[in-house]
Design a protein around this ligand. Structure first.
Ligand code: PLP
Length: 382
């Protein structure tokens, strides 16, 4: 059996090495390292794939969130609501911009923002909601968009973990994750579902005026060369990274399918174990390639017999990498602690941090590996 990896970047590269190497060589041959044709080509390809009017590439997914918030003109003291159970980047940029982060609990089954908690968190100062499509599953966007419309709030989708996922609304319309709110952001960090070989990110919007504003912000606030109309940042996608992404984008749907196949194997193996809760796919209730609502950035179990930490160690001893995403809720992190927060408001997150465990998930998992992983877990959790 091949060595099991949490994410097998090398295995994936070996399948596409020839085309990727040619694409990178094209950048070297032309020395168009900044912007240049490959960045524009990838941008246009991604606009087409997502069916969105504007993609603005940038340096990473954290910048993408920050720039989206700057583009919307959010100001000091504005409240921005996001989930307590997510990667820190989301709350980090809110705090950096001197906006007021408001953290809300998540749902125990989908790990996404709890809609009742979101409703309760709205005040006259609320300006924006940042749903995070955690672990590859789109949040309840029908509800988020309804609430946003009723309270006149912006919606910024943190789509770092769910690029390629679809969302089917109640009225039957199907859209790509990240293109439903006012603006969406993503990350091309190597281990993300569409990863490059370094850092990268992008912002998506159908709003022409917002796209124009954001294009200036990513480039030092310049709309005319050397005329700086607003305070901006320097955040670009490297041409070498665009060269990698241009090759990988046409493969994204097959990568999502490979992840779903692994998830299906895991789900079937754990179905009968009463101490293991497998991930819920909210849209159709199953792992389905048609609705494509979950792209399994992570495959995350909940271990309900109190032995999560022991399982974590046992798997490592058996050379099965695994991870706890996330071990500390944002409201309890030293950097983001605040007297405003009340432990009773985070019951689900406070439980999840003790029960969740993420298993190896990538495009290269084979049946031998999946059998070994599931057998090792089932022998231990019984
Ligand atoms: C990875 C990630 C980010 C940040 O992306 P970077 O490219 O690493 O800056 C933001 N939000 C979420 C939910 C992420 O998983």
């Amino acid at each position: 059996m091949k060595k099991i990896q949490m994410v097998d970047l090398q295995g994936q590269y070996q399948h596409i090495k020839e085309t990727v190497d040619v694409s990178i060589q094209e950048v070297l041959n032309t020395s168009a390292y900044i912007n240049g044709p490959l960045v524009h080509e990838f941008q246009a390809d991604l606009e087409k794939y997502l069916d969105v009017k504007h993609v603005i590439p940038c340096a990473n997914g954290t910048d993408a969130l920050q720039i989206a918030m700057m583009g919307l003109g959010l100001e000091q003291g504005d409240e921005v609501i996001t989930a307590d159970f997510t990667f820190a980047a989301t709350v980090e940029v809110i705090a950096l911009l001197k906006l007021t982060p408001v953290l809300v609990d998540v749902e125990a089954d989908t790990f996404n923002m709890d809609i009742d908690a979101l409703k309760r968190a709205i005040t006259p100062k609320t300006k924006a909601i940042v749903p995070v499509h955690l672990f590859g599953q789109v949040a309840n966007m029908d509800a988020v968009m309804e609430i946003a419309a009723a309270h006149n709030l912006y919606v910024i989708e943190d789509n770092a973990q769910a690029i390629g996922a679809n969302y089917t609304s109640k009225d039957g319309t199907k859209k790509k994750a990240g293109t439903i709110g006012n603006v969406g952001t993503t990350s091309f960090f190597p281990s993300k579902n569409l990863g490059c070989y370094g850092d990268g990110g992008a912002i998506f919007t159908n709003d022409d005026a917002l796209a124009h504003t954001i294009r200036g912000i990513v480039n030092h606030g310049m709309y005319t060369r050397y005329y700086h109309d607003v305070v901006g940042v320097n955040s670009r996608l490297d041409a070498i990274q665009a060269a990698v992404l241009k090759v990988k984008l046409p493969l994204l749907d097959s990568y999502c399918n490979a992840r779903r196949n692994a998830a299906r194997f895991y789900n079937n193996a754990f179905a009968k174990n009463t101490h293991i809760i497998t991930p819920t796919t909210s849209a159709c209730g199953e792992i389905c390639d048609t609705c494509d609502c979950h792209v399994f950035h992570q495959y995350t179990l909940q271990i309900t017999n109190g032995k999560r930490d022991e399982l974590h160690k046992h798997l490592l001893e058996n050379n099965i990498p695994n991870a706890i995403y996330y071990p500390v809720p944002l409201h309890a992190q030293k950097a983001y602690k605040d007297e405003r927060y009340n432990e009773d408001d985070f019951k689900v997150t406070n439980t999840l941090i003790k029960t969740v465990i993420s298993l190896p998930m990538h495009t290269e998992l084979d049946t031998d590996q999946l059998e070994f992983i599931t057998k090792t877990i089932l022998d231990f959790v019984n």
